[in-house]
Structure formats: C-alpha cells, structure tokens
Design a protein around this ligand. Structure first.
Ligand code: G
Ligand code: G
Ligand code: MN
Ligand code: NA
Length: 254
C-alpha cells in the first residue's frame, strides 16, 4: 500500500509531530496532565492527516512499533525539556495493542524514562478497554508492575468497546476516560445520563479517577462537576496544541 510506504519515510523526515491536550482538574481548575496526540503532515501536503486514518494502517504492519517508539521517545524528551524549564506535568501517550504484545514494550518504557531521568509518574499510558480485554496474563502482569511503580494507566474511550464494568476490577489501571459519545447527550438524555452516572459510580467504587472526554460546553462541565468527575478534557478548555503553546499556559506568570 502506498500510504504505508509514505508513512515509513515520514518517520525519518520529521513529518510527525506530537500535540498536547491538557486535562483539567475540575475542583481546582488547574492543569493536571496532558495527552500527547500524534499528527502527520506530509511535507508536500497542506493539511495534516488524522491519526484516526493512518494509525489503523500502521497497525497492519510493524510500522506501528516504530511510530510507538518515536512517540515514547518524543514524549520523554518533551517532559525532560519542560522539567528543565520548571514545568512539572505528566504526559500520557496512547499505546496501540500491537505494541503491547510485542515483547519488550515495558522494558523500552523503563529504559526511555531512565535515559531522560524521568520518574514513573512522568509518563502515563492510555489503552482502550478492547486492548485490556484481549491482553494476556503476561501483559497484565507487566501493567501491574508499572502501576506499582507509580505509572498512571488510563482506560481510553471507556464505554464503547466490549465494555464491561465487571472486567474493570481485574485491570491494573488508575483512570477511566469516559468516551465523549456519552457526554455528548448526557445533560439532556436520561439514557446517556444514566450510563454516565453508572460508569462514574462504579469507577469511584474501584478507586479510579474519572476523566470526562470531549467536554465542549459549560453545561457539560457543570454536569461533570455535579457527578464528582475529577478531570476533564475537551475543546471547552483547550484543543490539542503545540508544545510551545502549552508552555504559555503552564509557565508561572509573574
Ligand atoms: O487526535 P485525534 O482525535 O485525531 O486522534 C484520533 C485517534 O488516534 C484517537 O483515538 C487517538 O487515541 C489516536 N492516537 C492519537 N495519537 C496516537 C498515538 O500516538 N498512538 C496511537 N496508537 N494512537 C494515537
Ligand atoms: O481516542 P482518544 O481519546 O485518544 O482521542 C482523542 C481525540 O479526541 C483527540 O484527537 C482530540 O482531537 C479529540 N478531542 C479532544 N477534545 C475533544 C472535544 O471536546 N470534542 C471532540 N469532538 N473531539 C475532541
Ligand atoms: Mn487517548
Ligand atoms: Na478517548
């Protein structure tokens, strides 16, 4: 496939970039962490290609492994740079299922963190529930070890997969990111509202932090606060942005 070949070259040609979307602490209003999101802008193109398009293609080959390592490296480097500027923030990276089954993912993560002098708390990982459900016992064991070291592990897009609240307690995770489709109609729709509330309640019973995704309106934000959701991410607060832009939000102002 042509796109796959193009993607491979792009890795070497600096056509990839990470952008960062902050997550806000709903009780204090401060930025608690940020999610690293991959962008691909082929040099000859004007617009960037969505990861929703190219990640599934990359996942069909080993390319996803190269991309995943690039993201990990880039995120660690960014946290170190921020650290040197006096900015303390955790960066969460999205991990694809293919990366986890490949042996050595967690060893690479440990190695990469160490090389940049980072703590386990500095880099979080986001996994979809489908990845967790399919994960074998070795992967779950590795995740547990990371969790015990203090790595924050988020279940991404929660609620839209083969979701089962009953599985949750077997997963070594710290955060549940509720898929944005729930929030979209939750304040008005009794059905979506009931689902949101059920997820939040079970999550809290299991001592998980809840992150609401796709918060676009003030009404949705207030709704999340009323449910005691801890964190929120969405266009109402901030869009994914370049590292430099996020620095402006995080730099202590005098
Ligand atoms: O940023 P955007 O909404 O276009 O992202 C679309 C999808 O691509 C999301 O599901 C997101 O999790 C995924 N994605 C973004 N960046 C990465 C990445 O670095 N690695 C992987 N595996 N997925 C990513
Ligand atoms: O699947 P994942 O949660 O990784 O996807 C994150 C994607 O969601 C990002 O690419 C980002 O662009 C998108 N996103 C973030 N906030 C909002 C929002 O408020 N509304 C919508 N529609 N998309 C959002
Ligand atoms: Mn994500
Ligand atoms: Na998500």
């Amino acid at each position: 496939r042509k796109l796959a070949a193009q993607l491979h070259e792009s890795l070497n040609n600096h056509e990839f970039e990470l952008v960062y979307q902050p997550q806000f602490d709903l009780s204090s209003g401060s930025i608690a962490a940020c999610e690293a999101l991959l962008r691909w802008r082929p040099t000859q193109e004007v617009a960037s290609v969505s990861p929703g398009v190219f990640i599934p293609i990359a996942e069909r080959t080993d390319l996803i492994l190269h991309i995943g390592r690039w993201v990990m490296e880039q995120a660690c480097q960014q946290v170190k740079t921020w650290r040197e500027q006096g900015i303390n923030i955790r960066v969460d990276i999205n991990v694809s299922g293919r990366e986890l089954v490949e042996s050595g993912y967690f060893a690479s993560l440990d190695e990469c963190r160490a090389r940049y002098g980072l703590k386990p708390q500095d880099i979080g990982i986001e996994l979809t529930e489908n990845i967790l459900i399919k994960a074998g016992s070795e992967v779950l064991e590795e995740l547990k070890k990371q969790r015990e070291k203090g790595v924050e592990i988020s279940v991404d897009d929660f609620g839209v997969g083969y979701s089962s609240l009953s599985y949750l307690k077997h997963f070594p995770v710290s955060h549940l990111k509720i898929d944005r489709t729930f929030l979209k109609d939750a304040p008005e729709s009794a059905y979506d509202g009931a689902l949101m509330e059920a997820i939040v309640n079970v999550g809290h019973k299991l001592d998980l932090f809840i992150v609401a995704e796709g918060v676009e309106t003030e009404e949705q934000s207030l709704y999340c606060q009323a449910l005691n959701v801890e964190y929120a991410q969405g266009f109402l607060y901030a869009k994914p942005m370049a590292a430099r832009e996020l620095e402006n939000l995080l730099m202590p102002t005098e």
